[in-house]
Ligand binder design. Structure first.
Ligand code: NAG
Ligand code: NAG
Length: 229
């Protein structure tokens, strides 16, 4: 008796969800209630009728185009993918590598560098991405001498030089002597690192060397202890 009712209900539900899904055109990020797209996903152009069509920007880096407006062949903005080598920017409708090969992100249009690779900054002398004076520095100012962020095991001192954390078995510190995280098998106790006391444990709970948070081999601990291998 109830089966047909359920069947109809399910059908209605399927139809309704289908209608909802059909509202926004494919490749659309935002649409109005009439189902017209207002903003397409990256890499798609909005047509006057509110549909989205893929950008077709010529050239070897054409696929990096994120915004081709109404003209699918003319790119206005290209994808700058952090950590993917020299950045990509839009120039005369195409996608190209930033003019400075050490630049990770440059401005669409002008190609002016915004961010250099790690360990580099835009030198105020040359205007180019140049290595920070300190080889342990990740982020320095345009003089290249003042560091604000150092690699693990180092922290900037008051004059912006990367100096060792100065805490035994410390992995990273916020300032010299102020450890923030310890090496494997060590646990942060205040700003020092102590040996973790749980057998088979990689990471103890900060402040408690008797409770394990992560066992060797990324195994979850049971009640703070590690299962025997
Ligand atoms: C270039 O355009 C992309 C996509 O709109 C944007 O994400 C990026 O921030 C722009 N880059 C610059 C430096 O203007
Ligand atoms: C920072 O470290 C450098 C290099 O070790 C040192 O010459 C400088 O005096 C230090 N600055 C301060 C404020 O401690």
């Amino acid at each position: 008796m109830r089966a047909p009712v359920l069947y109809v209900a399910v059908l209605l539900l399927v139809a309704a969800s289908g209608a909802l899904a059909a509202r926004c055109p494919t490749d659309c990020d935002k649409c109005n209630t009439k189902g017209q797209c207002l903003k397409c996903n990256d890499g798609y152009a909005l047509t006057p009728k509110g549909k989205c069509i893929a950008c077709k920007v010529p050239g070897p880096l054409g696929d990096f185009c994120t915004n081709c407006d109404g003209n699918t062949k003319y790119c206005r903005a290209c994808y700058n993918w952090e950590g993917e080598g020299t950045g990509v920017y839009a120039k005369n409708g195409r996608c190209e590598r930033c003019p400075d090969p050490n630049c990770e992100e440059c401005h669409n249009g002008s190609g002016k560098c915004r961010t250099c690779f790690r360990g580099m900054a835009i030198s105020k002398k040359t205007g180019k991405c140049t290595n920070c004076a300190d080889k342990n520095c990740i982020t320095c100012d345009s003089s290249l001498k003042k560091c604000s962020w150092c690699y693990s095991g180092f922290a900037p001192n008051a004059s912006g030089r990367c100096v060792p954390c100065g805490v035994a078995n410390c992995h990273s510190c916020s300032a010299p002597g102020k450890c923030e995280s310890c090496e494997l098998h060590y646990v942060l106790m205040g700003s020092k690192c102590q040996k973790c006391k749980v057998a088979g444990c990689d990471e103890c709970k900060p402040g408690n060397p008797n409770v394990c948070e992560m066992c060797e081999g990324a195994v979850d601990p049971v009640n703070g202890k590690c299962p025997k291998a």
